[in-house]
Ligand binder design. Structure first.
Ligand code: ARG
Length: 463
């Protein structure tokens, strides 16, 4: 078998070597980026006079054909195709004849693969950001739809103070806004072309890496060829950003698992977004929500694995770096699927607003309001806290209604009892960013504006 690098070899590669080192099964998804990179490289060779115009056109025509074959699935791989780069070059040479042998002039697979992976990451970040915006749009729609409905807010998973459901839903929306921001930030930083770095040291040929970078739509070009071929910071960053999205989805998921349980009963899952049990006829299971938790473990593994691969690698390219792709591809795929699934889940769930309100209207939910009522009358907060805490304890121990104890208390009385009424506590969070109707209405406006701004950022990328 002949490889692209067989010149100094007397014998072909062992079967075990190929089996172990081949990356084609997964890196073939880089083909659009590989072809784009090759087109720009060939045009660059033309501008530098290393290829004449007809050679450029012949190679570009062969690349078009390879692109078509890979797109429609008619491309025939052969056993010596180690990776997508060698497969494309091999086929270009078959199609274009000897001129195909000029495609790799001044280039190494080391700068080539780094270029391909940056192009891949750039376009996939855009696709993920698009899905984040869609999920955020659903959270916003649901927040608007449920109006002033409220539920218990929890700390330590113990009822704390009532909050509007809209407030709760938008809390997840803001986390996703940071995720989106992080991805666009990572994209800006990775928007640097490594093409022209060669194997590690640049070239003696008159290449023009800057012009090729511009041709490929990169915002900048590498400053150091060693760094250009060995830098996978962008993979680590993107993986972290995707992993954190996974963690955020898992937190949403955990709540849906709780809320859909009979014990909470805060929501009922849509048939299309839940599963049944093969044995238990009554079951309706929140599998999407559970898998957001499960898959976040795998995403964390991808990130940790990549960092371990990079740790201690000497400059410049090492074959270890081939291990950058599968974790990134897996994270991109899982997050794209996860965002879409959670979007469907959140968009279709029926919230049981009565049940949420009933849970939030337990008198102890207003304990903080009672204390703040005393504070408004001049009682130091610590003292107010102790007074109300004692009333709650008396009520729990003695079985008396908290309301009766409040009426009877000299510092509280009938005015204060009104605070225990249904929905009153939920309505009393009035400060900026708080959980009551006033600030939540403002928040909805700010969130909607944020989505519009982020959408504009995305559109400005022209991707
Ligand atoms: N498949 C390789 C990778 O993903 C391409 C680069 C190989 N370079 C080399 N010198 N063997 O990293």
């Amino acid at each position: 078998m002949s490889t692209l690098w067989h010149g100094r070899f007397e014998r072909g590669p062992a079967e075990q070597l190929l089996a172990y080192t081949v990356s084609l099964p997964y890196d073939q998804r880089l083909f659009p980026d590989d072809i784009d990179g090759s087109r720009a490289h060939v045009r660059g060779l033309g501008r530098s006079g290393l290829l004449d115009e007809s050679e450029v056109q012949e190679i570009l025509a062969a690349l078009d054909r390879v692109d078509a074959e890979l797109s429609d699935g008619t491309f025939e791989f052969v056993p010596s195709d180690e990776d997508i780069h060698t497969a494309v070059e091999r086929r270009v040479t078959e199609l274009a004849g000897p001129v195909g042998g000029k495609l790799h002039t001044g280039r190494s697979r080391n700068d080539q693969v780094a270029t391909d992976l940056r192009l891949f990451t750039k376009r996939n970040i855009v696709a993920i950001v698009e899905r984040i915006l869609e999920l955020q749009g659903v959270l916003l729609d649901r927040a608007v739809e449920v109006g002033d409905a409220y539920l218990p807010g929890y700390t330590h998973l113990q009822r704390a103070q009532p909050v509007l459901l809209a407030h709760h839903l938008l809390a997840h929306g803001w986390a996703l806004a940071r995720d989106l921001d992080r991805l666009l930030d990572a994209r800006r930083r990775l928007d640097v072309s490594p093409l022209g770095a060669g194997a590690l040291a640049g070239s003696s040929l008159p290449l023009d890496p800057e012009a090729v970078a511009a041709d490929l739509g990169f915002a900048a070009v590498f400053d150091n060829s060693l760094d250009a071929v060995s830098d996978r910071d962008f993979v680590a960053e993107t993986l972290f950003d995707l992993t954190l999205i996974g963690v955020h989805l898992s937190r949403i998921g955990e709540e849906i698992v709780l809320w859909s349980s009979e014990e909470f009963g805060f929501c009922r899952l849509d048939d299309g977004y839940s599963t049944g049990s093969s044995m238990l006829p009554q079951k309706k299971n929140p599998d999407i929500a559970e898998l957001t938790r499960g898959k976040s473990g795998r995403l964390i593994g991808n990130l940790a694995g990549l960092l371990a691969t990079l740790k201690g690698l000497p400059l410049a390219y090492n074959r270890d770096l081939q291990e950058d792709k599968e974790p990134l591809f897996d994270a991109v795929d899982q997050i794209a699927l996860g965002l879409a699934a959670v979007q469907g889940l959140m968009g279709s769930t029926t919230f049981n607003l009565d049940r949420m309100a009933a849970a939030a209207d337990s008198p102890t939910s207003s304990a903080t309001d009672l204390a703040e009522h005393l504070v408004a009358g001049g009682t130091p907060f610590r003292e107010a806290h102790a007074i109300v805490g004692a009333l709650v304890r008396d009520s729990l121990d003695g079985g008396a209604d908290l309301a009766d104890l409040v009426v009877a208390h000299p510092a509280l009385g009938a005015d204060a009892v009104a605070l225990l009424g249904p929905g009153v506590a939920a309505s009393r969070r009035t400060t900026r960013g708080g959980a009551g109707p006033g600030p939540v209405a403002d928040q909805v406006v700010r969130f909607r504006n944020r989505l519009a701004t982020d959408r504009q950022h995305l559109d400005d990328l022209g991707a």
